[in-house]
Structure formats: C-alpha cells, structure tokens
Design a protein around this ligand. Structure first.
Ligand SMILES: [Zn+2]
Length: 283
C-alpha cells in the first residue's frame, strides 16, 4: 500500500514536472523572437516580445499571389499570434504593403506607422482603405520616434516631411530594434543615398542582425551602412530565382568582406533569431 502511494506520489510529481515543462514551453513560444518570413520577393518580419507582436512590412501581393493570405497569416498563426499590435510599413511598394489587406481580414491590427513623406501617396491610401484601417489608427512618422516594447526599444526613423526623394525606396523607414539580448536594423528598400542620409542623422545603428536593403540589390547595403551597423548576420529577403537577380554578387561580396554571415530566405525559408547573452542568435 505504502509503495502504491509512493508510486502515485511519483506519478503526481512527474505530471507536475510535465505541466511545468508545458508551461515553460508555452511561455517560450510567446517569448522574444525575431522571424524573417519567406514571403518570396518582398519583405515581412515579425518581432514578438512581452506578449506583443510587431510586424515590419506585410509581404508582397502580385497578380497571382497574395503572400499575406498564403504565407504571412498562416505563419503568424503558427507563431501563436492573435493580434498584430503594431505594423511598420517601410514604404508603399506592393512587395512590402500588398499583404496588409489579407492580414487585416484575419487579425485585429492595433496601430500602423508609415513615413509621413508617403501621406499623399495614392497606392498607400488605396491599401489602407482596402485593409479597412481607419486614419485614426495610422501614425505618419515625421522624423524620429522611439517606442518601448517590454524590455526592447524600437527607434523608427523616416525622412522628415518635405525631404526631396529620388524615388519611393529612398523614403523607406529605418527601424532599429534594441534590447535585452539583441539588436537588429531594417532599412526597407533604401539605396546608398537613403542609407547615407539616414546615417548622417546620427544615432547608434549597431545591430547583430541587418536586413539587407532592397532584397540585396547592388545599390543598397553600402559600406557605410555595414560599417555603422557592424552586423553578424545579414538577412536577404528575396524570391527564389527572382527576375531582378537579387541578391547581387556585389552586395554579397561586401557583406562577406565584413565577415557577416549571409542568410537567405529564398534558400533557407523563414529564419528566426532569439536573444542571447551575446546578442541575437539563430534559433
Ligand atoms: Zn522591395
């Protein structure tokens, strides 16, 4: 009898440990992760921390493929996302904002931040309307904005209103993410000129993880940006055998010359980074 009781006690302890493990696993799933989604030729990254979800671009929409519906929404579901608290849209190109309407149909969306230089942009307005996002939920970023998300800081930087732009790419918002165990930098599709203009605005740009500008085009991710950010990983978000030839050999060469590891969503699929004592590391 005593032995039986002991057995029950042991079984109880084992169940307790198992429950604890499940709880730890659950909280692990909702802990800090930065995931670059393999959305083909376009951008979409999701940062999860302290129960909050921040989306940096929304994936591409083409005539034949809606990455928001087909890739981003299911991947967010897999990552345990129920609400998208903040959407940061770098610039209005369809390979960055096209997936938003499909996501808005599936998830409640808190706030959307867009560079103020695109306030009158027809395509931007059309996408917001199609997504059913009311203007009072949109913040037009005029210069710099610093946000706290748990133990992380998001520094958003967009060209001040009235900045003359060569093209939409150079109006891209920069997003610098820094906090407990990780730093990352996103530059949208900015080219060399946009990168230099942003670097001249000052602020720390160091980041273990740098998203290559403009999917690895040869006129983005210049030496100055690589020196300022000193990344350990450079993530290229691009489509398999895309017609633009992204990422370019020239950019891959610059990244390798900086001893950073090349990470490609076209070859590796979605890629996740988690914090560590030495900064973001691959999961
Ligand atoms: Zn793009």
């Amino acid at each position: 009898m005593a032995r039986g009781t002991w057995r029950v006690g042991l079984a109880g302890a084992a169940v307790g440990l198992l429950l604890l493990a499940v709880v730890v696993l659950r909280s692990g799933a909702s802990s800090t992760r930065l995931t670059f989604l393999a959305v083909g030729q376009g951008d979409c990254a999701v940062f999860q921390h302290a129960g909050a979800t921040v989306l940096i671009d929304a994936g591409p929409l083409t005539d034949t493929f809606d990455a928001g519906e087909r890739i981003v929404a299911p991947e967010l579901g897999r990552l345990g996302v129920e609400t998208i608290d903040l959407v940061l849209l770098s610039h209005p190109d369809s390979d960055h904002v096209g997936g938003l309407p499909a996501l808005a149909r599936r998830f409640p969306i808190g706030r959307v931040v867009i560079p103020a230089v695109f306030r009158e942009h027809a395509e931007m307005g059309r996408v917001l309307k199609e997504a059913g996002i009311a203007m009072d939920r949109v913040s037009w970023l005029d210069g710099r904005l610093v946000l706290g998300v748990g133990r992380f800081t998001l520094r958003l930087d967009g060209p001040p209103r009235g900045t003359p732009l060569e093209n939409d790419n150079d109006g891209s918002m920069f997003v610098h993410l820094s906090g407990d165990g990780g730093t990352a930098l996103f530059t949208g599709d900015a080219g060399f000129e946009g990168e230099l203009r942003m670097l001249r605005r000052g602020g720390g740009w160091k980041a273990e993880v740098l998203k290559a500008g403009h999917h690895g085009s040869r006129t983005s991710t210049g030496m100055s940006l690589l020196r300022a950010s000193a990344p350990r990983f450079v993530v290229f978000s691009c489509g398999r055998s895309n017609r633009y030839g992204h990422p370019s050999e020239a950019t891959l060469g610059r990244v390798k010359a900086h001893s950073a590891a090349v990470v490609r969503t076209d070859r590796e699929g979605s890629v996740t980074f988690v914090p560590s004592r030495t900064g973001f590391r691959r999961e």
